[in-house]
Design a protein around this ligand. Structure first.
Ligand code: AMP
Length: 285
């Protein structure tokens, strides 16, 4: 065998460890040290809102709050037998059609807090009508990241299925054909990230005119919300409520019911958020 052995190939292309010669290693990069020195925590100013303390709300069951039997059963199967405080606070006003603004730290149960009443509302709005092929979605859930959108869909989809409704995910980084196919057939609840949602709307493949519920967080969310019916119900759930969220609240939420869980805001939690600025070529490392 006269082909070079695997080990010999190192001569014409540098081994991983050698790359340090043409680009500085992390530790050696002056810009890295500089950026470490210049490290600044960006703290958004907190949105001042009069908050009803959710833990003051009496012991109600999910059924007492107005959710139907199929949804309650499915919640029990998911391990949610009794509402968490944020859920006890938000389910009833959402079913009444109010706009809602809620803060609860990661893990406080926000997904079910908006997801269960959203499914119930869509179900009620369709009572007595046939689910038509190609129908426009009734609710749009926007999340800032694809991972969060997928996580939300895992819960919302199982609740929706329990009452015969369909969800679909609309996010970037994957071909759009399957997403467009689902929209063509007709879905009831869309869950996704703002970029791809805007894309498909611009292409005329997603009709936002009929939306009832919105949940969003980022700047393009404003552009998307402006495309939806002015009287649609808007639900804004976040671990933080800062001045950026305030812009959404001012423009889109009409006399929202505002909730936060006492002693449970993100600031008192155990999660640290850090932004690390790195060169693209260093990203994998
Ligand atoms: P979330 O904050 O929405 O990500 O929910 C955090 C976790 O709590 C998830 O694993 C939920 O399934 C679970 N969970 C949410 N609500 C309840 C509840 N009422 N009872 C028990 N577990 C719940």
């Amino acid at each position: 065998d006269d082909r070079p052995r695997r080990d010999d190939r190192g001569y014409d292309r540098p081994r991983r460890d050698d790359r340090g010669y043409d680009r500085p290693r992390r530790e050696a990069a002056p810009s890295h040290d500089a950026s470490r020195d210049a490290h600044v925590d960006v703290v958004h100013e907190r949105l001042q809102a009069e908050a009803i303390q959710a833990d003051n709300i009496a012991d109600a069951t999910f059924a007492d709050l107005g959710l139907g039997q199929n949804i309650v059963t499915r919640l029990t199967e998911l391990g949610a037998e009794k509402p968490f405080p944020i859920q006890a606070a938000t389910v009833a006003p959402i079913l009444e059609g109010r706009d809602v603004l809620a803060r609860g730290r990661t893990g406080s149960g926000k997904t079910i807090a908006f997801g269960a009443p959203l499914v119930e509302s869509v179900l009620r709005s369709q009572a007595g009508t046939r689910r038509e092929f190609g129908r426009a979605p009734k609710a749009l859930i926007m999340a800032p990241t694809r991972e969060l959108a997928l996580q939300i869909d895992r819960t919302v989809q199982t609740l929706a299925r329990s009452v015969g409704l369909f969800t679909t995910q609309i996010y970037g980084g994957v071909p759009q054909a399957r997403q467009v196919g689902a929209l063509k057939k007709g879905v009831d609840i869309v869950i996704g990230t703002p970029g791809r949602i805007e894309d498909l709307e611009r292409q005329g493949k997603l009709d936002l005119a009929d939306h009832m519920c919105e949940l969003g967080f980022l700047e393009p969310v404003q552009r998307i919300l402006r495309l939806t019916a002015g009287d649609s119900q808007k639900l804004l759930f976040s671990a933080t409520l800062d001045r950026e969220v305030a812009a959404l609240v001012d423009e889109f939420l009409v006399e929202p019911a505002v909730y936060e869980v006492a002693g449970e805001d993100q600031d008192s939690g155990t999660i640290d958020h850090r932004v690390l600025v790195v060169d693209h070529r260093d990203k994998a490392e």
